[in-house]
Design a protein around this ligand. Structure first.
Ligand SMILES: NC(=O)c1ccc[n+]([C@@H]2O[C@H](COP(=O)([O-])OP(=O)(O)OC[C@H]3O[C@@H](n4cnc5c(N)ncnc54)[C@H](O)[C@@H]3O)[C@@H](O)[C@H]2O)c1
Length: 253
């Protein structure tokens, strides 16, 4: 019998968590459609070094025509995706009173409208044979962080988009879950972290005592995509215990 092709589309695959997720899914036997507004050459090369197959597509996830065009290209070159990971995102660290309407629209467009648009294109193609979708959330989906009004609103929105997609798409055999990273070592994470007192404070509130790595996040995504046969509408926070902590973590031993 011919092997069943498992095709995963991953947005934001050009670097950071999206790249780590693409590599992990390649390891699980998925062919990859790598989607990003920048080129995905490095990710594609790494997938191919491990024996996997990947094609790259330029996309602006916030732009409906660009999203539709990218999926038409995937249809022609690789066929219908069986999995989707919405990892593309942007971060903004600006006080609420200084955040402009343009800042707000840009962050919401990429982080919330993006998964909404990309999810629809993918789900339409999965509606015959089922599939699995993971939206990348954040600790900021469920907590307020100073300087992150637009970011928190966008990630909180995607949490409820995830649940609603799960409820509506279940009839097509499509599961939809969320993975919420804590602060992780990626280009975005590096922008946020710096060496300042906020980073030190955040680490002191992280029981497992280190920042996330792309592999940590990718493992949770792979679980939902490849293993979770009866799980939908859930969110898993992969954050070293940050959300579980009420007070800074002191070593009491
Ligand atoms: N790194 C962290 O600490 C952290 C924590 C929580 C959540 N997240 C979330 O994880 C996801 C990945 O973050 P990361 O750390 O890898 O960020 P990153 O900045 O390193 O990578 C983001 C990728 O998204 C792409 N992208 C941005 N806007 C796009 C657009 N309009 N269309 C297509 N591609 C676009 C970028 O080109 C880049 O390749 C994001 O959704 C982010 O909000 C990250």
């Amino acid at each position: 019998m011919a092997p069943i092709t498992k095709l995963a589309a991953v947005t934001g695959a050009g670097q950071g968590l999206g790249r780590g997720i693409a590599l992990r899914l390649a390891d699980a036997g998925y062919e990859l459609a790598l989607l990003d507004r920048q080129d995905c050459d490095e990710t594609a090369a790494q997938v191919s070094e491990t024996g996997g197959t990947a094609e790259s597509y330029r996309i602006d996830v916030a732009d409906e025509a660009s999203v539709a065009h990218a999926f038409t290209q995937i249809d022609e070159r690789q066929g219908a995706p069986t999995a989707l990971v919405n990892a593309a995102g942007v971060f903004l660290d600006t006080p609420y009173l200084e955040t402009t309407a343009e800042d707000w629209d840009r962050v919401m467009a990429v982080n919330a409208r993006g998964p909404f648009l990309v999810g629809k294109e993918a789900a339409r193609r999965m509606s015959d044979g089922g599939g699995s979708i993971v939206n990348i959330l954040s600790n900021a989906s469920v907590q307020g962080f100073a300087g992150e009004s637009a970011y928190c609103a966008s990630k909180g929105g995607v949490l409820l988009l995830t649940r609603t997609m799960a409820v509506e798409l279940a009839r097509y055999g499509i599961s939809v879950n969320g993975v919420g990273p804590g602060t992780s070592q990626t280009p975005m994470g590096a922008d946020y972290l710096g060496d300042g007192p906020i980073a030190a404070h955040e680490l002191s509130r992280t029981p497992l005592g280190r920042w996330g790595r792309p592999e940590d996040i990718a493992e949770a995504v792979a679980f939902f995509i490849d293993r979770a046969t009866w799980v939908t509408g859930q969110a898993l926070y992969v954050d070293g215990g940050f959300l579980a902590t009420g007070l800074p973590h002191f070593d009491t031993a």
